[in-house]
Design a binder for this molecule. Structure first.
Ligand SMILES: Nc1ncnc2c1ncn2[C@@H]1O[C@H](COP(=O)(O)OP(=O)(O)OP(=O)(O)O)[C@@H](O)[C@H]1O
Length: 492
């Protein structure tokens, strides 16, 4: 039920919505518009993150989302979404059941860590926490399912810190598009803008600013499409898995929170890459993250395929797709990449709709989310830049017959900024962690296994003077550092 309420004349666009239990208010925003939502009474959540009564939350940058209520609520909504409606059909009950099953697995795993006597059905073999791979076609709501399940886990009051893993390089996660990453989640992930689909991270903002700041671990793949270099993606997935395993070995209590892996839709699509390739990356995830549950979002055929492949080792479950998931077209996805980079450099800024004076964005005060990046001029020699995969450099038609195959997809190729074909102008660079200082520990392909410490953009190149201008969210010398370039560009 909806009613206009602008009798006070201050908020002409404010409407009140009364939601029945187990329904949700869905909205879509146009570019350059925002929406303010206040929970006036009752209980409500956005993709599993609860709203506090009386606080006003801002949404912007073409956000598409829903406010769901288990018990019913009244919302005061200010702004003009391009689409808004209430739906009584949601898959939330099914998702909550999945969450309850996972919660039981965590509790059982914790009991074993504490050495409590196992009950009859608590065979040790079953006492593993859920390590979940979420698969599904394009626009099935995979990321949203991951967010809901993660948020329910951290809200369970058991101090869980599940690791959320994003192996979808087109999504950006906490970093920028092109990266894959993982972060332990300790407080609910807010939704405010597609620029921060998994909540805001501490990679660019000083940690002190953001109370919900996450410290993700990232690797740079550099492209949005998984088929561009599946061999490299496979290796990076295994690197992420190896890192998480080390944490798990060091911290058994953290391990029992389990993990949730969001995947790209190409893992599920039957067009494009050959099925074998597709399964290669699914298998890489299953091995790397020691997956013991696969959730398939609304896709019968894939569920059967996965049951055939893994059904004898662990559970494969199909879960319903939400009717609220919005089809995101190519143009929208391109704009989101721009928003993500802009947010990485400048922080999150959403101007409230007219009439709203005090509001928060994803749990943070608006002013705390603004950053000022620094632009600096460096010498070509200061930074060493590589591109991974020699084949990306030249079309195979330009190479002698057979040569393309000899060039490895994993080979680091030095990029010369002085060359007019370097492709560096406006490129995004991933700044890498230092090589191992111990010479005896160094190895040929080490560069593939280095994590990312930050991202930069080359904003101008002055070849005659052998200098270039770099934009970065924070100052710091780049001398002697190594960076990787991929296929992402950004211009303001
Ligand atoms: N119940 C809902 N109501 C309104 N919008 C929703 C709902 N569920 C998801 N969305 C929105 O739909 C869009 C697509 O959802 P999501 O990103 O979860 O899908 P995906 O399957 O991960 O996408 P991709 O194709 O990029 O892999 C997002 O903008 C999300 O916020």
């Amino acid at each position: 039920m909806m009613s206009d309420s602008h009798s006070d004349g201050t908020q002409p666009d404010m409407k009140q919505w009364v939601l029945e239990p187990e329904t949700e208010y869905r909205f879509e925003l146009d570019p350059d518009t925002s929406l303010a939502i206040k929970l006036a009474h009752g209980q409500a959540e956005v993709f599993g993150a609860e709203l506090a009564e009386g606080k006003t939350y801002l949404f912007g940058t073409e956000c598409r989302a829903a406010v769901f209520t288990w018990q019913g609520c009244t919302l005061e909504i200010t702004g003009r979404p391009s689409t808004e409606y209430v739906s009584e059909e949601t898959p939330m009950a099914a998702y909550a059941n999945v969450h309850i099953a996972f919660e039981q697995m965590r509790v059982r795993a914790l009991r074993v860590v504490h050495g409590s006597p196992a009950s009859d059905d608590d065979a040790n073999a079953n006492a593993e926490p859920p390590r979940v791979l979420v698969l599904g076609p394009e626009n099935s709501g995979k990321t949203t399912v991951c967010k809901i399940l993660t948020n329910y886990t951290v809200r369970a009051g058991q101090n869980w810190s599940p690791v959320l893993v994003n192996v979808d390089p087109s999504e950006g996660g906490w970093a920028v598009p092109g990266a894959i990453s993982a972060a332990p989640i300790r407080s609910p992930i807010a939704t405010a803008s597609p620029a921060n689909p998994l909540g805001s991270a501490a990679t660019s903002a000083p940690t002190a600013l953001s109370s919900n700041a996450l410290i993700p671990l990232s690797y740079w793949y550099g492209h949005s499409e998984t088929k561009r270099n599946p061999v490299l993606l496979d290796r990076l997935i295994r690197n992420l898995g190896e890192n998480i395993r080390q944490r798990d070995d060091d911290d058994l209590e953290a391990r029992v929170s389990g993990l949730i892996v969001d995947t790209p839709s190409s893992f599920a699509s039957s067009s494009g890459s050959a099925p074998d390739n597709r399964h290669t990356l699914i298998k890489a995830c299953v091995d790397a993250f020691r997956i013991n549950v696969i959730l398939v979002v609304g896709h019968e055929k894939l569920t059967v395929e996965m049951q055939r492949l893994f059904g004898n080792r662990f559970t494969v479950v199909k879960i319903p797709k939400s009717g609220g998931v919005v089809e995101l077209d190519h143009g929208y996805r391109e704009r989101v990449h721009k928003y993500q980079l802009h947010t990485y450099m400048y922080g999150q800024k959403i101007d409230p709709p007219p009439g709203i004076t005090s509001a928060i964005v994803g749990g943070e005060a608006v002013a705390d989310l603004v950053l000022s990046p620094s632009s600096c001029v460096i010498k070509f020699g200061d930074l060493t830049i590589y591109r991974i995969g020699a084949e990306n450099m030249a079309p195979s038609s330009a190479l002698p017959i057979g040569a393309a195959r000899m060039l490895s997809e994993m080979q680091p190729v030095l990029v010369d900024p002085a060359s007019s074909s370097s492709g560096l102008l406006n490129s995004i660079l991933a700044l890498l962690a230092p090589f191992n200082p111990d010479e005896s520990e160094r190895y040929d392909e080490e560069i593939l296994d280095l994590t990312v410490v930050g991202f930069l953009v080359v904003t101008s190149i002055d070849a005659p003077n052998r200098k270039m201008t770099i934009l970065a969210p924070n100052q710091g010398s780049l001398v002697g550092k190594t960076a990787l370039v991929g296929s992402f560009d950004w211009q303001e």
